[in-house]
Design a protein around this ligand. Structure first.
Ligand SMILES: C[S@@+](CC[C@H](N)C(=O)[O-])C[C@H]1O[C@@H](n2cnc3c(N)ncnc32)[C@H](O)[C@@H]1O
Length: 288
């Protein structure tokens, strides 16, 4: 899909998650799942999926949470993971096959897909709901797929300023590269749901009740424990996230200077458990 297809819902995000971003997520799937594990645990504890329940994992990516949910729902349950990214869904399907999971995956845009009405007991997402061009209509579509007794649980990032795992490497890079044009805080992207009131309003307008946002903080393992911690974290910062986008078109000498600065900054955060940087999310819950 090209950028000219601006009339297609979520065209830019679909292009990105089927292009370099999606391919990098697949290549770094183990590392990203390790990094996001504290949030998975918090999400699963919150969603409390029971045997036999029907569950939808929104923006399931490479399938880590979908596979966890399928284990919780058991042989009587049904777990569907949807995502716009063909490479990531491909990886999810491979993993499901390898562990004989009953999880089912579909390449689909969760904001417009014609889900069976009243089909799910639980809607879940680990960082997969902040990328909709039209979040109000996307959540209305998802609400229609939820049973009257159903519930919603997802995690999304709080503000950039509360997430040093992003700002520490980013500030180091910005010592060498002019900052990009600031995007609107509500533009689709990882931090689009940082504002509590905005999220509450989107969900309420979509028909959800008892909306609650609970702050949850956890350190992210950016680099593995041991002597390679800093180089591991550096590789991650250069490959995925805002720094990778910032340096994409920079000359090799600039990239080297950026690397040196990030390396120096990351070295300050090495612990016996590895390179840890703080992360801050909302755990969002609601009822149908
Ligand atoms: C930050 S990744 C998270 C992936 C996965 N949930 C995880 O935690 O590893 C965001 C995911 O949302 C997906 N996504 C973005 N827009 C979407 C949409 N409209 N419908 C379905 N998936 C979408 C992306 O393809 C990507 O896999």
């Amino acid at each position: 899909m090209s950028k000219q297809d601006a009339t297609v819902a979520n065209a830019e995000q679909i292009e990105s998650w089927n292009g370099t971003t999606g391919v990098k997520w697949v290549a770094n799937q183990d590392r990203l799942d390790r990094m996001l594990a504290p949030f998975s645990r918090a999400l699963l504890d919150t969603a409390k999926v029971k045997t036999g329940e029907h569950v939808l994992d929104i923006g399931c990516g490479c399938g880590a949470t979908t596979l966890d949910l399928a284990r919780a729902a058991g042989t009587e349950g049904h777990v569907l993971g949807v995502d716009v990214s063909a490479p990531m869904v491909g990886r999810a399907q491979e993993r499901a096959g390898a562990e004989s999971s009953r999880a089912v995956f579909r390449i689909a845009d969760a904001s417009t897909y014609a889900f069976e009405p009243n089909a799910f007991d639980v809607l879940v997402s680990r960082f997969g709901v902040m990328f909709f061009d039209e979040p109000a209509s996307a959540f209305a579509n998802l609400h229609a797929a939820l049973r009257e007794t159903g519930r919603l649980a997802f995690v999304c990032w709080r503000g950039l300023g509360e997430n040093p795992w992003v700002t520490v490497p980013l500030r180091a890079a910005l010592a060498h590269i002019a900052p990009p044009e600031p995007s609107a805080p509500e533009a689709p992207g990882p931090f689009a749901f940082a504002d509590r009131d905005r999220v509450t309003s989107i969900l309420q307008h979509a028909g959800f009740h008892h909306v609650a946002l609970t702050p949850f903080d956890a350190p992210l393992l950016i680099g593995s424990a041991g002597p390679e911690a800093v180089e591991d974290g550096l590789q991650q910062s250069m490959e995925i996230g805002p720094v990778s986008r910032l340096i994409a078109n920079e000359a090799p000498d600039v990239r080297e200077r950026v690397k040196d600065s990030i390396r120096n900054e990351l070295a300050k955060y090495v612990t016996a458990k590895g390179l840890l940087l703080a992360g801050a999310v909302w755990i969002v819950t609601a009822e149908a």
